[in-house]
Design a protein around this ligand. Structure first.
Ligand code: PHE
Length: 338
């Protein structure tokens, strides 16, 4: 009766030499697989005398189990080894300096955030409307009626007969009043679009709409809030001046100037010698607009304003050409670390 010691020696030696996963599977195929050496031993059964067949079969099984056991031990060694190699390869030294330079926020984003912060301090919340609007929200319910000449104040990008790229953030007023009952105090920041392009105009720019609706709101509240705004944005001594203007959705309407923060009002190139710089439009919400939103103008009144964010950024940072804000020149943009 064979004790298969020769085969066992071979198995031991081969397994000992195995150094990685692929050698291990080679070993499995040549010794333990269907066409492997140990399976091959069964073929010798033919030449074994009948009474010894059971013993022979058991002996082959014992060898197989013994070899499988050794195989499994080796398998877990190899797994542990490969894992530790992987850990070594993937180790990162977190104390190494980063190879990429750190980015910074775009000046428009910085100004927008600062504006939101100032108004949030006065109790405003932020609401955003869609950039694709319909005629109703962008014009009609804001009292900009069809065929009225005031429609031509803004050169509109029409998408269909009814849909357009919003020309201002004022449709946010309508959407807010549809969604909320007074008291209302919201800011609507966002991109707006007009077919207009020169040194101070771009077909896409950003506005910040403000809307307050409550009992007893007057133009004085508008000026009080805007004074706080310009003081926070430009200088502690800044103040505002209201000039009469016209917007279909406010009555009365005003154009708002800030006292020149460069010369303090004496007159300089920035304010073109006038001591004042125009910064935004606003007014008392037109009663028709309140009615269009189901708010009783006998009970409530409101104020609204629209601020051009690029304009504020250009004034604050002394940027002379609006295009610089959209050209993504990194030398320019990287100056605005907050
Ligand atoms: N929507 C106006 C514009 O884009 C600005 C504005 C907003 C005026 C709110 C009055 C009230 O020119």
């Amino acid at each position: 009766m064979k004790d298969f010691s020769e085969i066992k020696e071979q198995v031991k030696a081969k397994l000992e030499a195995v150094a990685d996963g692929s050698q291990l599977s080679e070993f499995w195929q040549s010794y333990l697989g269907k066409t492997g050496v140990i399976q091959g031993l069964m073929k010798e059964m033919k030449s074994v005398p009948a009474e010894e067949k059971p013993l022979f079969g058991k002996a082959v099984n014992d060898v197989r189990e013994w070899a499988q056991e050794l195989y499994r031990k080796k398998q877990s060694e190899i797994k542990a080894l490969e894992l530790s190699h992987r850990y070594e390869r993937e180790t990162a030294d977190v104390t190494m300096p980063s190879p990429v330079s750190q980015g910074n926020l775009h000046p428009i984003t910085l100004i927008k955030q600062q504006m939101i912060e100032v108004f949030a301090g006065m109790g405003f919340e932020v609401f955003e409307g869609p950039e694709i609007e319909d005629d109703d929200h962008n014009f009609t319910r804001l009292n900009v009626l069809k065929d009225h000449p005031s429609r031509d104040m803004q050169d509109t990008f029409w998408l269909t007969e009814d849909l357009l790229l919003r020309t201002h953030t004022s449709p946010g007023q309508i959407r807010t009043m549809d969604a909320k009952k007074p008291p209302i105090k919201v800011l609507v920041p966002g991109k707006v679009f007009r077919s207009d392009s020169d040194a101070t105009h771009s077909p896409m720019f950003s506005q910040m709409e403000g809307l307050v609706v409550d009992k007893g709101i007057t133009l004085c509240d508008l000026q009080g809030m805007l004074d706080k705004f310009v003081q926070n944005m430009f200088s502690d001594s800044a103040k505002t001046r209201l000039r009469p203007s016209y917007f279909p959705f406010t009555e009365p309407s005003v154009e708002v100037d800030v006292s020149c923060f460069e010369c303090g009002g004496k007159g300089c190139p920035l304010c073109k010698g006038t001591g004042w710089i125009e910064v935004l439009g606003g007014g008392v919400v037109n009663k028709k607009v309140l009615e269009n939103c189901g708010i009783d103008p006998e009970e409530y009144s409101g104020l609204a304003f629209g601020i051009g964010i690029e304009r504020i950024a250009m004034l604050k940072y002394g940027i002379s050409r609006m295009g610089m804000l959209f050209e993504n020149n990194l030398d320019f943009l990287s100056q605005f670390k907050s």
